[in-house]
Design a protein around this ligand. Sequence first.
Ligand SMILES: NC(=O)c1ccc[n+]([C@@H]2O[C@H](COP(=O)([O-])OP(=O)(O)OC[C@H]3O[C@@H](n4cnc5c(N)ncnc54)[C@H](OP(=O)(O)O)[C@@H]3O)[C@@H](O)[C@H]2O)c1
Length: 246
Amino acid sequence: MYDFRGQTVIVTGGNRGIGKAIAEGFLKAGARAIVTYSANEAATAQFTQDNSQFAQNIDIQKLDVTKYEEVEEFFKYIDTKYKSFEVLVNNAGIRKDSVLAMMKESDWHDVMNVNLTGVFYMCKFAVMSLIRRRYGRIINIGSVMERYGFEGQANYAASKAGLTALAKSLSKEVATRGITVNCVSPGFIATEFIQDVPDKLRESYLARIPLKRFGSTEEVAACVLFLASPEASYITGSTLEVTGGL
Ligand SMILES: NC(=O)c1ccc[n+]([C@@H]2O[C@H](COP(=O)([O-])OP(=O)(O)OC[C@H]3O[C@@H](n4cnc5c(N)ncnc54)[C@H](OP(=O)(O)O)[C@@H]3O)[C@@H](O)[C@H]2O)c1
């Protein structure tokens, strides 16, 4: 449906789950995908195997988005190797659920560091490069929790609400430079991310979803590709929800 030939796309956490579907969507549309992961070598090997037909268009990099110096080095590498890129998808994210009163201080900070501070680092260095190019698309993967709120997810919901606010502010700063900044906000998507949820809780999630099913990673990827496409050129500072009506 889309043509991203000649474009270079960065997808953080692109080795598995939603990020994998996003990276694969761009690869199928002809883009070069720079896929980052933080630790899961097995999932990364699987990604490479599943996408062997696109091998010449895939560059996999290990990157912990919570490490400022690593992010800085990553963008130096991009600059040296590719000169520029067109699309950044901030997809990497974690959750460490617990009711707030019982939440460990480290669980609060870990979630904030990956989901919010990591996005700040990625955007900071990305924008410096995109401004020179006078074109760019930044898409952050939020979550329906940012506006819905959910028991046991105060850290996660707060991090995703912060990420949306970051995107809105940044969109205003870079609009005149040809850069759009948007969010895609999924509801419950069938990935490892929600695999550890107990069956009873799963059923209660399903009961709350008007479409009565979890979403697929491809359904999220389709929205990301749309926001990265020329057809979305007048959309910035927005959030596109993929929630089955939640
Ligand atoms: N699944 C859902 O229902 C759902 C709903 C709403 C929003 N989301 C959001 O969608 C995004 C992807 O979710 P998912 O379900 O695909 O999750 P997932 O399957 O658990 O994958 C998480 C990804 O983030 C990477 N990551 C974790 N910590 C990192 C760090 N410090 N630095 C860099 N990368 C890191 C992981 O790399 P490794 O593989 O190396 O660990 C992995 O690629 C997240 O932002 C999540 O909040 C998911």
